[in-house]
Design a binder for this molecule. Sequence first.
Ligand SMILES: C[S@@+](CC[C@H](N)C(=O)[O-])C[C@H]1O[C@@H](n2cnc3c(N)ncnc32)[C@H](O)[C@@H]1O
Length: 203
Amino acid sequence: MSDRFETRATEWNFNPRIIKMFHAFVGQFRKEIPLNSEMNLLDVGGGTGLIASDFAESVNSITIVDSSPATVKTAREHLKTASIENVTLIENDIVHADLGDLRFDCIYGHMSFHHIGQIDLAFDRFSKLLVPGGVLVIGDLNSEDGSFHGEEKVPHNGFDTVELSAKLLFRGFANIRILPLESVDRPETGALFERFFLVASKA
Ligand SMILES: C[S@@+](CC[C@H](N)C(=O)[O-])C[C@H]1O[C@@H](n2cnc3c(N)ncnc32)[C@H](O)[C@@H]1O
């Protein structure tokens, strides 16, 4: 399978637009979700490990599952340089990754869910991987016209948050809250893309 992140992985952590989005997500996350040293987190499409690196000190463990070999390689180097030892990397699609009997207090994904083709299977999986009362957090694009990725096609042109909530309710999630997340601009298109921050808990 081709790796769509291959050429971008090494410069990802130095891209000002990525860093701005990262700060917006992490800031909102820390406001909404109290982290503690007993928590085990799953980072879906964790990319180069920017977010996991920020959370690592506050929790027991983080498992990153990411399907891009180039991105996982960059994450591995980044975590090693930062001497972070409680973050595990798994290179695979989130739908197929072998997670053994791991269970999580929080599953989150930032700008990764719109890349997941089998999103319904992923949600089925998350409902089983979360402990009772565990939380799912999604930071992603609201529905857009496909121009966010230019010529590149992705499985979802953002999400309709009402439809997304219905999928989660169907799988036993409750207390779904949808908040705005800082918009992101694409100077090359001249457009501003709205984003959301969704929190749902597993009953
Ligand atoms: C736009 S990047 C976001 C990276 C990171 N979350 C961040 O905010 O910097 C999307 C990431 O999701 C990963 N990804 C896409 N589809 C995936 C899937 N089905 N399973 C696991 N990872 C996936 C990609 O390889 C990529 O690293």
